[in-house]
Design a protein around this ligand. Structure first.
Ligand SMILES: Cc1cc2nc3c(=O)[nH]c(=O)nc-3n(C[C@H](O)[C@H](O)[C@H](O)COP(=O)(O)O)c2cc1C
Length: 456
């Protein structure tokens, strides 16, 4: 049997400058209109017309680490501030679309799981089962301080915390209401069946939640679960929980290795390995000829602001790179932070000592595919052959990047069986994996029926 077509998501954020910083200044760019609902509805309709599977919202609940000693740079350049809540936008998008999945990034930090589970269930009802959740743990001190903590919780402890958070949500989504508990029998006057609605009585390290869930089971019960972050702890978390991991692998071969490893962990966690899929983040510069594509890529480089890219990515290095000139050799920078990041940079610039500017350029070009539609299709075929199920399309401009992809690349992909022609019916999970609800081997499934008969 030939491989199935790829899925496509549009990777966006409810802000001006998400990833390719500086690109918002392009004359045709509209991402600065993020406060305008029409901007989002227009994009959602365009994506649905093009048969995208998801609009995928990134989100943060705080600033990145300081740049040049403070946070002026972020405000100056619109680097994820202002940044609006995507969850609030979701119901409006749902009301203007029919098939498009709506994936929302939400951190375990920002909302109590009881309240979060309630909002997600409500949205899943309103959208007829099109909600997905990208589970993140917030990696900036500022985010943690916004919620009353002294600073960020240690890396692996964040994932342990996340395991409890998702368990509370699973209990509410999967275990609190049995099937058929909502009766709504007007003639008999019975609305709900008390015997089939249960308190969950969760008591854990971080949360105590009595229940019951206040929302009756939605079409998917648990939303489609995404996770992003591929450290060993991140992979273990994805292997246990995620139905799709959002990855930024440097090459199809690297993705193949990552996928095999994470699927092995999924099997160890008692899951069916293929129940975990992978979405690779890529951006596209499309030309009618190779030369045109190369020229457009150079033009994009001109537009991109290296210092803002540095401000965004410096966190991982543990050094405020804003204090260094862009031409400073990396060797002159002392860090107790991520050594593997610096090693990666040296490997990427093998012939000389890399500079801070190299870091910015490499970051802004990571995952950029430049070429004609046919060349792009060749590359996407390689990603699919490596086991990737979907592409999260990173934009330079909104809506421009998606208009071009839809007009020029998707028709070629369809001809080659790399993109679908029509949506499948049903919920987002049904479209992705053929079923509305999580499979029995997912850890959430053990809560089905688990609270029946437990004294109130
Ligand atoms: C592709 C990708 C997208 C991410 N998107 C977000 C996001 O929108 N919001 C957020 O707070 N963190 C986001 N993260 C951060 C991760 O959730 C995670 O906190 C970080 O990668 C560290 O995890 P790791 O050490 O397991 O890689 C993203 C990470 C990756 C790799």
């Amino acid at each position: 049997m030939s491989a199935p077509p790829l899925n496509f998501a549009a990777f966006v954020m409810n802000t001006t400058s998400h990833i390719l910083h500086g690109a918002w200044r392009a004359p045709e760019a509209q991402q600065h209109r993020f406060n305008d609902l029409d901007h989002w509805i227009g994009l959602a309709k365009l994506l649905e017309e093009a048969r995208f599977d998801f609009i995928f919202f990134a989100d943060v609940v705080g600033l990145y680490d300081d740049y040049q000693g403070d946070w002026k740079k972020f405000v100056d350049s619109g680097l994820q501030i202002p940044s609006n809540d995507p969850l609030v936008l979701a119901s409006a998008i749902a009301s203007h679309t029919e098939h498009l999945g709506i994936a929302i990034t939400s951190s375990i930090l920002q909302e109590h799981p009881f309240d979060f589970a309630r909002k997600i269930s409500t949205l899943d009802h309103l959208s007829k089962g099109r909600i997905a959740w990208n589970i993140v743990t917030s990696l900036s001190d500022n985010a943690w301080r916004n919620f009353g903590y002294d600073g960020i919780t240690k890396h692996d402890d964040r994932y342990a915390w996340a395991d409890e958070y998702v368990d509370v949500a699973y209990k509410l989504w999967e275990g609190s209401w049995d099937e058929g508990a909502l009766i709504q029998d007007k003639s008999g006057g019975l609305h709900g069946d008390y015997d089939r609605v249960h308190k969950i009585n969760h008591v854990g390290e971080h949360y105590r939640v009595e229940g019951p869930h206040l929302v009756s089971p939605s079409p998917q019960r648990t939303p489609v679960l995404f996770q992003a972050g591929s450290s060993p702890a991140g992979r273990r978390f994805a292997a246990r929980n995620a139905e799709a991991q959002f990855i930024l692998s440097p090459s199809p071969d690297a993705a193949r290795t990552l996928i095999a490893d994470t699927r092995r962990l999924a099997a160890e966690a008692g899951r069916e390995p293929t129940d975990l899929q992978f979405f690779q983040g890529l951006s596209f510069v499309i030309g009618s000829t190779e030369e045109e594509a190369a020229r457009k890529s150079r033009e994009l480089d001109e537009l991109i602001d290296p210092s803002t890219i540095i401000a965004h990515s410096a966190g991982g290095i543990g050094v405020d790179l804003g204090h260094y000139d862009l031409d400073t050799p990396i060797g002159q920078i002392h860090t107790e932070g991520s050594q593997s990041f610096l090693l990666w940079l040296r490997e990427a610039v093998p012939d000389r000592e890399p500079t801070v500017r190299d870091l910015a350029q490499l970051r802004s070009r990571t995952g950029r595919v430049v070429g004609t539609p046919d060349q792009i299709a060749d590359r996407l075929e390689q990603w699919r052959d490596a086991g990737v199920a979907g592409i999260n399309v990173i934009n330079a401009t909104i809506p421009g990047s998606y208009v071009e992809f839809a007009e020029h690349v998707l028709p070629v992909l369809r001809e080659r069986g790399l993109a679908k022609r029509e949506y499948a019916e049903g919920t987002s999970r049904a479209k992705l994996s053929g079923r509305d609800r999580l499979p029995e081997s997912h850890p959430a499934a053990r809560y089905r029926g688990a609270f029946a008969g437990v004294p109130a």
